[in-house]
Design a binder for this molecule. Structure first.
Ligand SMILES: [Zn+2]
Length: 177
């Protein structure tokens, strides 16, 4: 009788352990998913900003206002990615090159942004450069939401991914100040 009771307890413990492991596994998976969703949300916001800025017939003031809104939505996101996700990936051989490439794309976009900052928004070349920037960001965001994040998740694993995600959110808030 006693042996059976011990056995029952042992099985119960094993089962709850398995359930716990499954739960924590699911939780980690969700964190990777959460990170991807957060990136997608940020990208979506910036794409909306571009759409608004590309409307014809905007006043100079409206354009300047929308441009500074776009930078407010884009720059903290980019900086936070560089400081957390890319930096972590650069330490892993399997994803180092992907991270360096993403960073180079950020730098290229930054160059165009500086150019836009130095120009008058009423200059037709301003719109031409804005178009170039929107194409750069579109391409970059699409890659990031696809293969790039898949590779990152594989290389970092759920725990590190979770840590990078919370660091990213914190850094983004810092950068927005
Ligand atoms: Zn991004």
């Amino acid at each position: 009788m006693r042996r059976i009771a011990v056995l029952v307890i042992a099985i119960a413990l094993l089962m709850s352990g398995a359930a716990w492991a499954q739960q924590s596994g699911q939780k980690s998976g969700q964190d990777g998913q959460q990170f991807l969703q957060a990136l997608k949300q940020d990208h979506e916001k910036v794409m909306q900003d571009f759409k608004q800025l590309e409307q014809p017939g905007l006043s100079k003031e409206k354009k300047e206002q929308l441009w500074s809104q776009l930078k407010k939505d884009l720059e903290p996101h980019m900086k936070a990615e560089e400081e957390t996700l890319y930096k972590t990936m650069e330490d892993k051989q399997s994803v180092k090159q992907a991270a360096l490439r993403a960073e180079a794309e950020h730098q290229a976009a930054q160059t165009v942004m500086e150019k836009l900052d130095g120009m008058d928004v009423t200059d037709p070349r301003w719109d031409a450069n804005l178009y170039v920037l929107s194409e750069q960001i579109k391409h970059h965001a699409k890659e990031e939401e696809g293969k790039f994040m898949q590779k990152a998740q594989q290389a970092l694993g759920p725990n590190e991914m979770q840590k990078v995600y919370s660091d990213f959110q914190q850094e983004k808030q810092e950068q927005a100040k």
